[in-house]
Ligand binder design. Sequence first.
Ligand code: ARG
Length: 589
Amino acid sequence: MEKNRIKTLNFVTGLARLLAEHTQLSEDALMMAVETPPDSKMGHFAFPCFELAKTWKKAPPMIAAELAAKIDATKPGWLGQAIATGPYVNFFLDRTAFATAVLLEVLEAGAEYGASDEGEGKSVLIDFSSPNIAKHFHIGHLGTTIIGKVLDNIYRFLGYEVTGINHLGDWGTQFGKLITAYLKWGSEEEIIKTEIDGLVKLYVKFHEEADNDPSLNDQAREWVVKMQNGDEEGLRIWKWFCEISMNEFDRIYDRLGITFDLFRGESYYSGKLADDVAESLAAKGLLQESGGAQIVDLEEWKMAPCMILRKDGGTLYPTRDIAAAIDRYETFKFDKCLYVTGNEQSLHFAQWFKVVELMGYPWAEGLEHVPYGMYLFEGGKLSTRRGDVIKIEDLLEETVAKTLAIINEKNPNLSNKEHVAEQVGIGALKFNKLYNSRIKDTVFNWDRMLNFEGETGPYVQYTHARACSVIRKALREDSNLDFGTMGLAMISGATFDPSLLADDEPFEVLRMIHDFPTKVRDSAEKYEPFIIARQLVAVAQAYNAFYHKHQILVDHEPTRRARLVLTSAVRQVLKTGLSLLGISAPVVM
Ligand code: ARG
């Protein structure tokens, strides 16, 4: 199957090819040079002639005039004319040809519109979500879970071999503390009943008691060492705590529609693999003693030292990350390994990435930290007692309940209301996190994120449902077709007339649809889902402007067809885009 559609559709590439014939500049350089004028009345693309002035030794406006006269803009089939304006050659699309090209592209590609095979044969690992055992899945892990999954979707869409990895936090001193506390004050019955709540309580109690009785800390450390050496009792209890935690995590992943290719916790790397790291660092002369612990000094790079082994020989978070990266490279030979975590871990990743580089691994170049900002609460009622975390399960519950209330008000007769509320509520939560550059903090405000008319998930979903409803009405009269095939059947029909889509509103819709594949690619390159999220809002806004100005199901058959074909393409792009963002696209809401 021919999948590499971006190349054929990208008009900038075509324009660069055309310009190359007349300028002796490379297509790559020309692609970079072509601009989009701020006002499309000036043109849809502009080529500035300043660079050429240096080699042609003429004033830019003269070059622009010369080029505009020479270039046959109609050659690629979708350009109207080239006009010199000052130092620029401005190009105008031929609206009719453009409409046919874009619509055919979308409708023939269907769900593959925007997809590509550029990643073929390249392996990308995405380490995301990775909550900590014996703690609640709290709001701090929501961002990585949502963003990580979207990157996973996008890279797959672009043909990469993607492996989504959950690097569970299931090892460290906290488990020694927890086991000590459990054996002293806990009971099996209680933990079975209270699950993670009970474990958190024990952990808190440990810290309270250890303030008065420091020997508890020694006991905790002993447990860690014992477990490291394979102590059966310790490992049995630890495994049970892991299972309890996974119950909660699985429930949440289910509800968020998130899956992983590999669950592998830190414990997997705490034994031999971590020892190998320490040995190899020592052999390379990179390990130093500092206060009894083993570190890699990073002063030369203006960073605090990277801790490798504790005083008691125990491994640390960076040690296990280094061991995991080496193991992952051996297993997957990755081209890129992305780590999606909160911004506050930036130093941790910078430190151990440097250590891996110093160890001489060339693949260190493929390691990439993808940080994101945190949630800020504003005007929400979800109050937590000081020090308490916001549990994702509570957040999901409340978001879906609020969504159901809105649906009850807007569309009380909707069948399947609970299901739609789940799709819309969870979609809104995800979209809210995805709408801004990931490094920005996300303001959490239910009213805003659930606003059906704002720049929100529900708005995009609603527009998709609107397009579906128009199509549904049309289909009632032509029962041989369905959602997927209608647009293509109509555009292939003899009566399809693209000049009926030459008005400003449909033209704007077409431009937004045309840009979608480029935005997908851009968003992968920058690890920025917001680029797709914003493009979907742009498509939705353009379509709604069109919808309000032009009735679609009019009697005049060719007009009706042209508008239905456009609607069908909009439906497809919104659906594909939402699915890349991990958001459902209900057909009614
Ligand atoms: N469990 C860690 C935390 O909650 C996140 C792990 C991220 N992945 C990694 N390879 N370090 O902070």
